[in-house]
Design a protein around this ligand. Structure first.
Ligand code: ZN
Ligand code: ZN
Length: 641
C-alpha cells in the first residue's frame, strides 16, 4: 500500500510551554526540536507520535483537517484495528462530522492510482463501518470501477446506491456511471442509462460517442454526433480520431472541414488525428496548413507527439525535406522520431542518409527499437546494400536483444532476392523460427521476377495461393515471369485460373490532390470531366518522349492483343493520366505528387523519368511499397524497386 509521509509540524503545536508539570515541559521542549523533524508513514509510528503528544499535555488542536486526511491515508487499508483507530482519532479531534470528506480525499487518490482495486477495498470497508457516502465518494468509487475490469457487479451496486440515496438527478454522477458501464464494455447498460437520463450535458454525449468510436461503431457514433444539441472540441475530435483509427481518413477530413466552418479551434489531439488522416491520403496542402496552424498557436513547439505526426505526414506525402526540417528543429527526439525519419529516408531510396542518421542516433544514445531496424533493413534492401543489411539483421538481436519480427524477415528475404541470391533467400525462409507470411513469399516472388527465375516463382506462388488466395497481384507477377520466359501457354493457364477463381486484376488507380480536391484516375476509365483534354495532352507528351528515345514496354500488359492495342492500354495507365492532369493544371516548376494503389509498372517508370526531364518537373509517386522521386530524368529508386 502506498503510504504518504506525515510530519509532526502539520499538527501545529503551540509554542507556549505547558502549564502543569516538569515532565511535560521536557517533552514540549523536545517537540520543538526533534518532534518537528519526525515523519510518520505507518499506523504504529502515528500511534507513537500520538502518545508523545498526549504526554506533552498540549491541548488537542482543532485545526487539523489536512493532517487528519493523512491519518486517513495511512490507516485506510491497514489492519481493521488501525482503521478503527483512525476513526477514533477523528472523533477525538472533533472531525467526525466531516469523516466522509477525510476518506474521500484518499479514495480519490486510490481511484486514479495504478491499483484502482484498493479504492474498491476502501469503499467496502467504509460501507461495512457504516460511513455514509456522498456524491464524491460514489463518483470516486465509480471511477475506480471503470478502471478495474472485474468490478461490474460492484459498479451495479453503486448504481443502486445512487438511486437509493436520491442522487438520480446529479448529472455529474450519472455521467460517471455511463462512463463506468462504457469502460467495462457494457454498451447496452451505458446506452440505456444515457437514454433515460432526465438531462444530459455535452460530457454525457461525448462519453457515449467516444465509446462508440473506440468499439468501431462509427455509424452509431455519427448518428449521436448528428443529434447533439451542442458540440465541444472533444466531440469533434472523438469523431475525427475515430474515423482515422478505423481507416476512413476521407471521412475524418470531411468532418474536420465541417468543424472549421463552425469556427471551432482544434486542440493538440485534433491536430494529431487530422495529420494522420492527411498522411493516409497524401493530402499535403491540408497537412501544411495544419502545420502552420500548430506553429501559430504554439501547439507543436516542444510537443514530441505533434512533431512525430508531422514527420510521418510529410514523409507519406513525399515531402522528405520538410519532414527532415521538422526533425532537425525538434529540441527533443524520441525513438519514434528517429525511427520515422530513418524509415522515411529508406522509403525514398536515400539509404546513405538513413544509415548516417542511425549513427547520429547512436551518438545521441537513443536505444533503437524493432521499428528502427525495419527502416534500416528497408534502406539496405531498396538499394541493394547486401553486407550492411546482413550486419543489421545480426546486430539487432546480438547487440540490442531485439527479437526479429515478420517484417524484419520480409526485408531480409527482399534483400537477398533482389541481390539474386534466390537459393539463399529460400533457405533463409525455411530456417525462419516463425511461420513465413505472404509478404515473405511475395518478396521471393518479386526476386524471381527480377531475376527471371521461373522455378522459384512457381514455388513462391504455390505458397502464396495457400496464404493469400484472393490476392490477384501474385498471379499477375507469375504471369509476367512466364511472359518474360516466352511461355505463353502458362500465361494463358494463369489467366484461366484467375478467371475460374473469380479473380480480376485490380485496376490501377492513381490520385492527385489539387487545391484540396482529390482527383482519381483509373486505368482505362474515362470518368474525369477533363478526360478528353488529358488524353490529347498525354498523347502529345508521349510523342515528344518517343523523340527522346522512349519505346513502350508492352511486356507489362497481360492481355491477349496485338502490339498496337497493348500500347494503347499502356498509354492509359492511371499514373500517366494523373501526371498529364497535374502538368496541365499546375504552374511550371511545381512538383507533382501522385499516389498509386499498385506497384508502378516498368513502362510508366521509364516514361515518368523522361517526363521529369522534358518538363523539368519533380514527380513524386507513392506506390504500394515505396516512393519514386523522378527528377532530371532519373528516379530516387535508382531503378531498383
Ligand atoms: Zn504503368
Ligand atoms: Zn523509381
Amino acid at each position: 500500500m502506498a503510504a504518504s509521509s506525515f510530519t509532526l509540524s502539520a499538527f501545529q503545536i503551540p509554542t507556549s510551554p505547558p502549564r502543569d508539570n516538569g515532565n511535560a515541559a521536557v517533552a514540549a521542549s523536545q517537540s520543538s526540536k526533534e518532534l518537528l523533524d519526525l515523519h510518520f508513514s505507518s499506523p504504529s509510528q502515528l500511534q507513537q507520535l500520538h502518545a508523545r503528544l498526549i504526554k506533552s499535555g498540549l491541548p488537542l488542536s482543532s485545526s487539523l483537517p489536512i493532517s487528519l486526511a493523512r491519518v486517513a491515508a495511512i490507516c485506510a487499508l491497514s489492519s481493521p484495528s488501525d482503521f478503527s483507530y483512525a476513526r477514533r482519532v477523528f472523533l477525538l479531534y472533533g472531525a467526525a462530522p466531516s469523516e466522509t470528506l477525510l476518506w474521500n480525499t484518499h479514495l480519490n487518490t486510490l481511484s486514479s492510482s495504478p491499483c484502482p482495486g484498493e479504492a474498491l477495498a476502501l469503499f467496502s470497508r467504509l460501507r461495512f463501518a457504516g460511513v455514509l457516502p456522498d456524491t464524491f465518494t460514489l463518483s470516486f468509487v465509480l471511477k475506480a470501477c471503470s478502471r478495474f475490469p472485474l468490478s461490474l457487479l460492484l459498479g451495479r451496486a453503486v448504481h443502486a446506491l445512487v438511486e437509493k440515496l436520491g442522487f438520480r438527478s446529479d448529472i455529474f454522477l450519472l455521467n460517471t456511471l455511463v462512463h463506468m458501464y462504457a469502460s467495462l464494455g457494457e454498451t447496452a447498460s451505458a446506452r440505456l442509462l444515457f437514454n433515460v437520463m432526465p438531462a444530459k450535458d455535452v460530457v454525457t454525449w461525448n462519453i457515449m460517442i467516444t465509446h462508440y468510436t473506440k468499439t468501431g461503431e462509427m455509424a452509431v457514433a455519427q448518428q449521436l454526433f448528428d443529434s447533439m444539441p451542442e458540440r465541444s472540441i472533444r466531440s469533434w475530435t472523438a469523431m475525427i480520431a475515430g474515423y482515422v483509427q478505423w481507416k476512413n481518413p476521407s471521412e475524418a477530413l470531411r468532418l474536420f472541414r465541417d468543424m472549421e466552418t463552425t469556427g471551432m479551434q482544434p486542440n493538440e489531439v485534433t491536430v494529431v488525428a487530422v495529420l494522420a488522416a492527411c498522411a493516409d491520403l497524401g493530402e499535403l496542402d491540408l497537412g501544411k496548413r495544419i502545420h502552420a496552424f500548430a506553429m501559430q498557436c504554439s501547439i507543436h513547439k516542444n510537443n514530441v507527439r505533434v512533431c512525430n505526426t508531422l514527420i510521418d505526414m510529410y514523409i507519406k506525402c513525399g515531402c522528405l525535406q520538410m519532414a527532415r526540417q521538422v526533425f532537425d528543429e525538434m529540441p527533443e527526439r524520441t525513438v519514434v522520431s528517429w525511427s520515422a525519419m530513418i524509415g522515411g529516408h529508406a522509403m525514398h531510396g536515400q539509404a546513405e542518409e538513413a544509415l548516417e542518421l542511425f549513427s547520429k542516433m547512436q551518438e545521441a544514445s537513443v536505444e533503437p527499437n524493432a521499428v528502427t531496424f525495419v527502416g534500416l533493413l528497408h534502406a539496405c534492401s531498396h538499394i541493394g546494400l547486401l553486407q550492411e543489411g546482413r550486419q543489421f539483421f545480426r546486430s539487432m538481436s546480438e547487440d540490442y536483444s531485439i527479437v526479429p519480427e515478420i517484417e524484419h524477415y520480409g526485408c531480409m528475404v527482399d534483400l537477398l532476392s533482389r541481390a539474386g541470391l534466390l537459393d539463399e533467400a529460400r533457405e533463409f525462409i525455411n530456417k525462419m523460427p516463425i511461420e513465413p507470411n505472404s509478404v515473405v513469399w511475395g518478396a521471393l516472388l518479386g526476386g524471381a521476377k527480377v531475376h527471371k527465375n521461373v522455378e522459384m516463382g512457381e514455388e513462391a506462388i504455390h505458397k502464396l495461393m495457400e496464404l493469400d488466395p484472393r490476392n490477384d497481384g501474385y498471379y499477375v507477377v507469375l504471369s509476367n515471369i512466364y511472359a518474360d520466359a516466352g511461355r505463353w501457354e502458362d500465361v494463358a493457364r494463369i489467366r484461366r485460373m484467375m478467371k475460374d477463381r473469380g479473380l480480376k486484376k485490380t485496376p490501377g488507380r492513381s490520385t492527385i490532390s489539387l487545391d484540396g480536391v482529390v482527383h482519381l484516375f483509373v486505368a482505362g476509365e474515362s470518368e474525369h470531366p477533363q478526360i478528353e483534354e488529358i488524353h490529347r495532352s498525354l498523347d502529345e507528351l508521349l510523342e515528344k518522349l518517343r523523340h527522346h528515345g522512349y519505346v513502350p514496354d508492352t511486356s507489362a500488359v497481360l492481355l491477349d492483343m496485338d502490339e498496337k492495342n497493348k500500347e494503347r492500354v499502356l498509354y492509359r495507365h492511371s499514373e500517366k493520366l494523373a501526371v498529364a492532369f497535374g502538368l496541365m493544371n499546375t504552374a511550371d516548376g511545381t512538383p507533382i505528387r501522385i499516389m498509386k494503389n499498385l506497384r508502378v509498372c516498368s513502362d510508366c517508370h521509364a516514361a515518368l523519368k523522361l517526363i521529369s526531364e522534358i518538363t523539368n518537373r519533380e514527380i513524386v509517386v507513392r506506390d504500394r511499397n515505396r516512393f519514386h522521386s523522378f527528377r532530371h530524368g532519373s528516379c530516387s529508386c535508382k531503378d531498383y524497386w
